[in-house]
Design a binder for this molecule. Structure first.
Ligand SMILES: *Cc1c(COP(=O)(O)O)cnc(C)c1O
Length: 382
């Protein structure tokens, strides 16, 4: 890992920090399947590992890369993005108050308002892109955690991380950021004041729609982080070694995939903006987008590969467009090499921030002209 701190993210990713497998000098780390480790005659563990539930060496390289990219003190892999996110909330205590965004990953919103509430968490949902609304949602003396997501699924509203950090810290609370869509290449939340960064590694970090995984990165290894660490070991739903190994393989091309997705998403946003069958484009990269000014400040190198379009003809019109697309695949999820389309309002149901005429697009790494032609034809046909 020599000198990795002097290199740039693309080099750190391509070489996985230059880690060399110690036994034979392989450029790719070995996969470790053992669930248990031999004790020395004195009963100790000379190699530092006891049991594979949360000490699998197959996690080490990907965790080291994510820690370095985010500029944190430690990174932990989880079995999914949801496992990572819920490990944070489960480190709180009953009665603790949480502020979460109104626009956020739907399954987590549902978990917070159902399971989180049942476990005694008091949760308020606020418009996190509005600093005054965020501040008003704080309950002095009770708020322990402010959770934000930026850009936020599925309308890509942007939250000012530095402002949210100062609001949270001013109230004695921590700030956690779901940075799945930004990736560590476009935004480094810890630099803007975040305490914990969460990624659904299932999405861009792995990037090939073949691994479910999650990650958390901490600014500091404090007492709250120790609880999160204990939750990973104690709740026991861990990532498999093969998934960790595949995740590291995916990470090696993250910079190329993210750059391509950003460039193509920007091109598609501009194309849709002027298309007569489109009545709106939600993308923080567009200069007239409400989140653009904040995005310019806290995103570097692009505005992400996610956008949503609003189509003529309401919900039926949106379904006709989705049904007519051929290159885009109709599927949930995001951040993979293939472009996806999904009608979010019908997936999310009551309370969704997605308008009925909206389609969410995850832009992959195909030739952008094929994607534009596909959209042009489908929008025209509908
Ligand atoms: C997918 C996703 C999650 C959940 O991740 P899983 O790996 O599917 O559990 C959380 N947040 C965002 C923004 C996501 O896109």
């Amino acid at each position: 890992m020599a000198d990795s701190k002097d290199t740039r993210p693309a080099t750190q990713l391509a070489q996985a920090l230059g880690i060399i497998e110690p036994a034979y000098g392989g450029l790719v780390p070995a996969l470790h399947w053992s669930t248990t480790y031999e004790r020395a005659p004195d009963g100790g563990y000379p190699k530092g590992r006891a049991y594979g539930r949360d000490e699998n060496p197959s996690y080490d390289a990907a965790e080291a890369v994510l820690k370095q990219l985010e500029g944190g003190a430690e990174a932990l892999l989880f079995a999914s993005g949801m496992a990572a996110a819920t490990a944070v909330f489960l480190a709180l205590s009953p009665g603790d108050h949480v502020v979460a965004p109104r626009v956020m990953y739907w399954a987590l919103r549902k978990w917070l308002s159902q399971t989180g509430a049942r476990l005694g968490l008091a949760v308020d949902f606020a418009d996190a892109d509005d600093n005054d609304a965020l501040k008003a949602a704080i309950r002095p003396g009770r708020t322990r955690l402010v959770w934000i997501e930026t850009p936020a699924n599925p309308t890509w509203v942007v939250t000012d991380i530095a402002a949210a950090a100062s609001i949270a810290h001013g109230a004695g609370a921590l700030l956690a950021v779901d940075s799945t869509v930004a990736t560590p290449l476009l935004t480094r939340p810890i630099e803007h004041g975040a305490d914990i960064v969460m990624h659904a590694a299932t999405k861009y970090l792995n990037g090939h729609s073949d691994v479910i995984a999650g990650a958390l990165i901490a600014r500091e290894k404090d007492e709250f982080w120790a609880r999160i660490r204990a939750n990973r070991a104690g709740m026991g739903g861990i990532l498999g070694p093969m998934e960790a190994w595949l995740l590291l393989r995916g990470l090696r091309t993250l910079h190329l995939r993210v750059a391509a997705a950003c460039q193509s998403a920007a091109r598609i946003a501009r194309f849709c903006e002027t298309h007569p069958a489109c009545v709106g484009v939600l993308y923080p990269g567009l200069p007239n987008s409400p989140g653009h000014a904040v995005a310019l400040r806290q995103m570097r190198g692009g505005f992400g590969g996610m956008l949503s379009i609003r189509t003529r003809g309401g919900e039926a019109g949106a379904f006709r467009v989705a049904g007519a697309l051929k290159v885009f695949k109709r599927a949930t999820s995001l951040g993979g090499v293939e472009s996806l389309v999904e009608h979010r309002a019908s997936v999310e149901g009551a309370g969704t921030p997605a308008p009925p005429d909206m389609l969410r697009l995850s832009i992959g790494i195909e030739d952008v002209e094929d994607l534009v032609a596909d959209l042009d034809r489908a929008l025209g046909a509908a």
